[in-house]
Design a protein around this ligand. Sequence first.
Ligand code: KG4
Ligand code: ZN
Length: 349
Amino acid sequence: MRILGIESSCDETAMSIVSKNDGVIVIEKSLVASQIDLHKIYGGVVPEVAAREHVSAIFPMLLELGVSRDGHEIDAIAVTAGPGLVAALRIGVELAKTLAWLWNKPLVATNHLEGHVYSVWSQTPTPAFPALCLLVSGGHTELFLMRDHGQYEPIGMTRDDAAGEAFDKVAKLLGLGYPGGPAISKMALDGNPNAIAFPRPMLESGDFDFSFSGLKTAVRVYLQSNLSLPAGRQSDLSDISNLSNIPDIAASFQQAVVDILTIKTLSAVQRFAPKSVILSGGVSANRALRESLSNELAKQFPDVTFHAPDLSLSGDNAVMIAIAGLHRAEQKDFVDPLTLQANPNMRLL
Ligand code: KG4
Ligand code: ZN
């Protein structure tokens, strides 16, 4: 089967062609047009700007992908139907509906989060079930158990900010710009992760939930108290640029996030005894997190395999949407191209 994947849930327009023959997944084509440079100016994603950019990018990308006018080489279409920004999602969804109807091909409505999980199915060996998934992106931080394809049992989630959101907000406090994750991890390379003892919230909570907003506040309080500002005056970016230990703050914050995610995931491994652990979502690009999780897993549970996407597939892309779509297509889990609607709040769990 050969499937066309389409993704437009946030600030990346992406398309792919992925095939599966005799159980082997082959990425035939993958295109991603990132809007990051545009949103950087605003310090975050502006939904209206994102939607307009998707409109301009999507048809040139379809041409660049090189599919034939009648789509005869494509067996099915998979599109991200949610969650995400509704105006952005709609661009991809409407294109997918039109192509599916014109070409008379089956259409799969893919969940963006399921896409992130399936990014690791582009590699061999694929994860064995049950698989424990840690999904860390800009909008989500979730731990869940996958007993089989398409089955998700919630274990824990964030009670406030997502891990990626915490990286983005702390980067803003430090004047490092958007997106925060890559900026903080780069800055952290020159810092000491043990320089500042930021808190590790929720480690004693007795469940598998997370909370990152207190950690972000701890960074804010640290900055405020180390800038010797007059009482009552909030710090601004010109004050921050006078600080000489930004790399230490970045490294210590990153270490706190990495410790929380690693410790909670490992205790979920202890409790649920999975055969594999899957790390996915934009934050999975973080090297410190990958190393911490894979090293601790190898040390404490050597029989459990560790899977994280190739760096080219850790952020938003359409290969993961096509792979997740392939699994749904194999179950004949199709939707009607005339009635499918983008669902910004689509749930996985
Ligand atoms: O999965 P993703 O591309 O988009 C969503 O579905 O949300 O995730 C984006 C998030 C952003 O918050 C970004 O700062 C974070 O992933 N991120 C990172 C790194 N690269 C991207 N966070 C930490 N370290 C990184 N290297
Ligand atoms: Zn994503």
